[in-house]
Structures are given as C-alpha cells and as structure tokens.
Design a protein around this ligand. Sequence first.
Ligand SMILES: Cc1cc2nc3c(=O)[nH]c(=O)nc-3n(C[C@H](O)[C@H](O)[C@H](O)COP(=O)(O)OP(=O)(O)OC[C@H]3O[C@@H](n4cnc5c(N)ncnc54)[C@H](O)[C@@H]3O)c2cc1C
Length: 746
Amino acid sequence: MSKGKLAVVALIVAAIAAFFAFDLKQYLSLEVIKSQSESLKALVAANPVKTAATFFAIYVAVTGLSLPGAGILTLVAGAVFGFLWGVVLVSFASSIGATIAFLASRYLLRDWVQSKFARFLKPINEGIEKDGAFYLLSMRLIPQIPFFVINLVMGLTPIRTTTFYWVSQVGMFAGTLAYVYAGTQLAQVTSVKDVLSPGLITAFLILAVFPLAAKKIVDGIRARKVYAKWPKPAKFDRNMVVIGAGSAGLVSAYIAAAVKAKVTLVERHKMGGDCLNTGCVPSKALIKTAKLLHQIRHASDYGVKSASAELDFAQAMERVKKVVATVEPHDSVERYTGLGVECVKGSARITSPWSVEVELAEGGKRTFTTKNIVIATGARPFIPPIPGLGEANPLHSDNVWDLRVQPKRLVVLGGGPIGSELAQAFARLGSKVTQIEMLPRIMAKEDPEFSEMVARRFREDGIEVLVGHKAKEVRVEGGEKIVVVEHEGAEKRIACDEILCAVGRAANTQGFGLEELGIGLTKQRTVEVNEYLQATYPNIYACGDAIGPYQFTHTASHTAWYCAVNGLFGRFKRFKVDYSVIPWATFTDPEVARVGLNETEAKEKGIACDVFTYGIDDLDRAIAESENRGLVKVLTAKGTDKIIGCTIAGANAGETIVEFVAAMRHGFGLNKILGTIHIYPTWAESNKYAAGVWKRSTVTRGQMEVATTFNDWTRGDAGVGAVIAKLFSLGDKRPYYQVAESHGDD
Ligand SMILES: Cc1cc2nc3c(=O)[nH]c(=O)nc-3n(C[C@H](O)[C@H](O)[C@H](O)COP(=O)(O)OP(=O)(O)OC[C@H]3O[C@@H](n4cnc5c(N)ncnc54)[C@H](O)[C@@H]3O)c2cc1C
C-alpha cells in the first residue's frame, strides 16, 4: 500500500477510534439532544454563524467518516436552526460528507476491488457509466439502504464525483425535509426510526422506483420516436435482411436460416468479403510462400549443404488466387442457398427502417420489407490525404493481390498488423522493403519488447524500419515513386517502385441509406450501436468491421451472433455483446498473439497486477527447431493466479495462446494450467512454464526454511524441535524467488 493510502487509513482509524474512545456517541442520542436543545438554541441566538459553521463541520465529519449519528444530527438541525436553515445546512453538509466518504472509498479500495473482481464488475461498471445517476437517485430514495453504505459502494464504481455529489444532494433532499421537519417537532419524536412513518416510507419507495421507471419510459418513447416518420408495413417479406456477405454477414445469415427465419443476404461484390478475398486468406497464403523461401535461404542452419530457390512471383500470386478459390466454396452462394439463405447479388440500400432496396447485379431492382436489418458492410483500406499519394496509385489490401510483377523496391506505409505482415512477406519474397511508421515503434498496440522483437527480425530480413517517420508527400519522378518523409524536423526522400498503403481501415458506412435514415455514427465513422448491437433504430443491427473496434474475422462472427439472436428473439431475451476476452494474432515472424490486457494498458488504467515472463529461447521444442526466440508474458490480478492478459511472441503464438484464451473465458487460472499435462515437446509447453514462473513467485522464504529443516530432520541432521521451531518462520511471507514484476498497490 502506498504511503498516501497508509496516511489516509491512519487518519480515518484515528478519528473513528477517538469517536468511540471518548464515547462521543453519547452526545448523539435523542435524550441528550432533547435535554440540550434549549441551551443549543441559546447558543445559536448568541452566535448564529459560528454555531452553524461548527454544526456544519461536525455533520461533515460524522458523515465523511461514516460514523453513526447523521439521523440525530439532522433532527438537531431542525430543532436548533429551524426548518429553512436546518434544511440548507443538512442538505449541503450531508452531500459534502457523503462525497468525502465516497472519495476515501474510491482512493483506498476502488483499484483493488476493480482489479480483483474485474470480470464480475464489468457489466455493473457499464450500467453505472450509462445509468449511474438513476441508480444512485433510486438508492438515495430508499430509506432502508443506509446512507454510508451507498457512499462507500458508489466510491468503488466508475461514477463521476460531480455526478455523485449533485445526485446525492437531490436524492437526499426529500429525506432531509422529513427529518429536519421532525426536528422542529422534537418533543413528539420518541425514536429516530419513528421519523419515517409507514406511509412516508411507502412514498419514498414509490419515489425511488420513479427515476428508473421514468428513464425506461423515456427510452421507450425515444425509441418509438425515431420510427415516427416511417410507415410500418403491416406484414414483412423477411425476418431479416443482411447487408454484406463477409465474415459477419455470413454468420448472421447462417444463424437466421438455422432457426428457420426467412433471411436474405445481399452482397455487392464477392461472397466471403475481405477475409476470404483480400484479407486473412490471401495474406496467409502469401506469408507461407515467403516463409518457405526464408527457410530455404537458411537451410544451411539445419545442415542442408546446398539449397536454393528461385521465386516466380506471378506463380506465387497465382497460388494465392488458387488458395482463395479453394476456400471459396465455404462461403459460396451454393452453400448458403443450401442452408436456407436467400443470396442476392447486388448493392443494398436501406430505404426505411423496414425496407431494403437492392440494385441487382444482373440489372433491375428488388425491394424487401423486413422485420430486422443487419448492417455487415465491413471496411475498406483507408488512404490518408497525403499530397500525391492518390495520384501515385498506391497498392493496398484490396488490389495488392492482383500484382503479377514483383516490385523491386516497396515502401510500406503503416506499422500495424497488416502493414507488418505484408512488409515481411514482400521482403522475404525478395523486394527491398522500407516500412514507414509515424509512431515511435511498429505494432504499437503491443508492449514495447514485442514491437522490438518484431522490428529486430524485420531488420534481419533486410527491411528498413523507419519509426517516428511521417510520410508528407508522394511524387512521381521519371517513372519512380518518391515518398517524402519527415523525421525529427528533417526531410528524407525514399525512392521505390510501389507504395503499399496499410494505415488503417475505414468502415463502409456511406452511400447506402444511413445518412437518409439519420443512423448515428461514432467519431471513427463506424455505425454507432448499443450493447445489444442495435443502431439508432432498434430493429437495425450492425456488426463486424462496420462497428469495430476490433477488426478481425473472429470478432466479426462473434458480433454477428448477437445481431442474429437479438434481432430474431430479442423480444424474449436479449444478449449484451461481450468483449471481455478478445484474442488476436499478427502473423509476422515471430507471430505475436494477445488476449486481454498487456502491461502498458494495465499501467495506463492503473490496474494492479503481477507480470510473469517465460523466454521461449528456453523451450525444448523451440531449440529443437532452431526457433528458440520469443516470450510468453502473462499478467495476473495482483496476488492471484487469475489471468488478466497474455501476450506471446514466437512461432505458432496464435495457436499457443488458445489455452490462455480458454482460461480467461472460463475463469481458470495459472494454477490449473500448471496442473494440466502438456505433451512434450510442444510449443504449448511454454504456457505451462509461464505458469510455473507464477508458482515460484508464491513460494515464501518461510516455507523454504521449514522445508529445508524438515529435510534435515528426515536425514537425521536436525531434531524434531528444530522443525517445530522453524514452523514460526512460516510468517515470513517474503518471496523466495524474485520472479514477478508488480504494478499498483495491494
Ligand atoms: C490484409 C488483411 C489481412 C487480414 N488478416 C486477418 C487475420 O489474419 N485474422 C483476422 O481475424 N482478421 C484479419 N483481417 C481482418 C478481416 O478480414 C476483417 O476483420 C473481416 O473480414 C471483417 O468482416 P466483415 O464481415 O465485417 O466485413 P467484410 O469482410 O469487409 O464484408 C463486408 C461485405 O459487405 C459488402 N457490402 C458493403 N456494402 C454493401 C452494400 N451496400 N450492399 C451489398 N454489399 C455490401 C462488401 O462487398 C463486403 O463483401 C485482415 C484484413 C486484411 C485487409
């Protein structure tokens, strides 16, 4: 625990101890107050400001420290200061005191509670972020929930302090009126509890339900209002129309058909979308050729005396095309038609919340009325507005697959996953690659050591990795392309044959009716959806790259499930999208795979954690394959084996990480991974060794001393008394092995 926190704890403990040690509670009893009320009134009459200020300070201290007595003090306020001033004093003092208690709880406990129960608290946090003010207001109005409990509990949530303050003041106002008024009639009050009659309690409970009920009604009205100008058909042609047959659209349509819904899937280009045609599949196919060439070039490392390879780039690209064609039937019109999906080729436009018009590829138009619409229109390569770039006809992930002549010199703009995968692939195929990244490192979403590992490998592959370089302009001079970059104030020209632009992907959200319907977009220009993946109109859903933030095939299908199920069955049960355990991998060499938090994010978010690493240079299988490079880095909630994130770099990292994904998803920790038999010698053994590092961190000096003496005793080198005496050293909890790095407070 930090010094600051220790000081706050000490202060609170001292104040509470003083309160009880000096039996200050006795002054906060009804009898004492009644007997002293006249002399207190006299004090107010003699010195009103000073008495009011003293009372205010006492009230703030009692509530701030969560001491008993706030109810009595409120009665005193009414009895001594009268109704008006009593209400003013109590209303502000109670709100300030509550906020102090709230802040203390937040400062001392929130990080710990949030990291310890992160998964459990996630939906609560989201609810609080969205409707926190309403929950707080309701709680404040329920007299059965103690005042101090609300302060302390709310301090653990993400509610803003200002919101907490004003909602508390409003929410406590009715109670303040009741108690202060009772104080003005002090003679009739026999117990603090009597202040609230059964009738008053019922009134408060009704008031408490009111804010949330009112919000639900307002939400309902608002949801209906968006439909106001659109006439609703009496009947629908379809249960669901899905726009876009990429990874997301295919899954929504598949699920709809599987449950016998009438579903139409509209695709304007190619079934399978980006992943099949221009994304995952072709890129992995190309990476395979590049890897093979790399291995042949390094054959001598494996004892192969001579091996050489000559690349036929056009043939390699034709193979990529063939791979796509081989996978194509999985996503084909034939397959989906067979599954019960009506596949329509054409360009879809949403013309009302219940109708989609399709400009058919074969000519003509068709309009479908539909109960639900799923927007699964994906994303496209983003071409930044760099002067001259557009005119230079850059390559990007949509058109690079059409290349049949290998660029001798290639500039790759972008150090993210797509840029990095393609930069390395082209370099290994023999292009002279220069990779330009504006940020200080490539693969900037990963921890720095992983970026560095990949960058080092890239340099070994002959890639010139220019980080902190900003592309300013592109020129075409004498048949060659020149990329002008700026680095630390200086300009540099990089000549090349082709430029591959991989600086991000923009969601397809324009030109198909969203503007006309007023469907909301986020700052990133993705479709704005709620936690059920509903867009502005609750019967219009969106998924995949069209919503982000994770632009992967597996997240596209994950989100597509929610669209289909919520759209078709939402009237019975709706599911909130769950982004808690999203894995991904970048298929460079070394592969970098991640699930959950990395160390950089944990630090940024102030999440207390322990970090355990295992170097793959030590792994038998990796050594056997001369691939002994890489790292497993696991983050656990501080002081536990509960995994909150893992990054793996190394061969097959995308496969190896699955065990951590399963652990996070299903809530088992490193101890269970350690207790699982892993086949020898496999890459997955690295997971077990990482778990072993965690286990070593739990061994204390005390335990080791006892173990040593016990073994001495079994050999006859120590007496039983020594063993018993050593048991006392179990209290020494200092780690025996210093293997973990820790962040945040206990
Ligand atoms: C080079 C590259 C490599 C990648 N590698 C991986 C990887 O290894 N692993 C991974 O998980 N992800 C990878 N991705 C990302 C992955 O391809 C996408 O996240 C995924 O394809 C998104 O699926 P989607 O269904 O949301 O969109 P898309 O696949 O883009 O599908 C959207 C479809 O909607 C159609 N459409 C759009 N508007 C309309 C309209 N008005 N009417 C009719 N049809 C319309 C489009 O033609 C398109 O076919 C990669 C991407 C690229 C570019």
